[in-house]
Ligand binder design. Sequence first.
Ligand SMILES: Cc1ncc(COP(=O)(O)O)c(C=O)c1O
Length: 378
Amino acid sequence: MTDRATELRAQGRDIISLSVGEPDFDTPFHVVAAMKAALDSGQTRYTPVGGTAAMKRAAALHFERDLGIAIDVAQVTVSAGGKQAIFHALLATLDPGDEVVIPAPWWVSYPEIVRFAGGTVVPLPTRPETGFHFSAADLAAVVTPRTRWLLLNSPGNPTGAVFTAEDICAVAAVMEAHPELLVMSDDIYAPLTYTGAPHATLAALRPDLADRVLTVSGVSKSHAMTGLRIGVATGPEWLIRAMERLQSHSSGNPCSISQAGAVAAFEGPQDFLADWRERFRQRRDLVVSRINAIPGLSTPVPQGAFYCFVDASPLIGGMLADDGALALHLLEHGVAVVAASAFGGGHCGLAGFRISFAASEDQLNAAIDRIEKAVSAL
Ligand SMILES: Cc1ncc(COP(=O)(O)O)c(C=O)c1O
């Protein structure tokens, strides 16, 4: 949808894009300065495949300070974005027919990566009424002896759902009953939560299970560095080494200049984050109140990340066959969003769309005016 919106804009159409998954803030100045210095000092050569020693130390600092996971640098690897870490972990461990449980709605790339790696996707449907959370019983009902991985994502894309310590306990209980089960915890949005509660993540809350947990994080979302492609992961050493072996034969080391930027991101000042969080929170509140005032649309209040997952089920049928048609209808009215079906919304009986509120308040207000008009035209 982002590409289609760009195309339409190039044709002179006025399109507001709320489809893209990146902060609209500038990359912090100290990060940019560190990358310029790295370039000037000739850091343009290969680095160790899984990242420089400085990069791994900075990632270890991030895991301990921001996520509460104390680890040795040997348990860290660095890749070209969080996506590549997930890709390599699944590629390294899945055999044909292995099952991977993914709570739905899910991030679009999870099922694609699982299928590419030969695995079978097992959806775990969740609903807005429960804040898109699931219980130990819900999870136990879909785990089988063939389940290799459970993929967790908190704060979640596309729902903004944030796990509590209780949710993590529920997962741990199921892990105890299934010793073969590995869990991936994708915490890439961790610094962007609006609950005020400390971030809850499995490897920190249950260090006794940490040798079965891969935690993925990065700088893309928290430091507005999406284009620089740095992701970090920590887990058992056997898995980290397997991921690095794959990386050594695919892309090789992550970009040397971006690594210098990511070191500055993790080691430098973090105080700008409080300001970003507050601005995102205000935008979230604006979008939630305005969307919920439109007949036929509803969204729960996201607790983290910068997305609202809007249920538009009452509008589907008649003129609109599905939520893909709804997204196109909204595009005709000048707003680009992503249909809920792209996130496995259908597994949860949901049809609608995701709005990214990483846009200015003026843009958000203008976009929602257009959405309101588009809905009343149905
Ligand atoms: C849930 C989730 N995980 C991982 C990623 C990947 O981030 P990166 O850009 O660092 O590869 C994204 C990006 O959209 C995401 O939403």
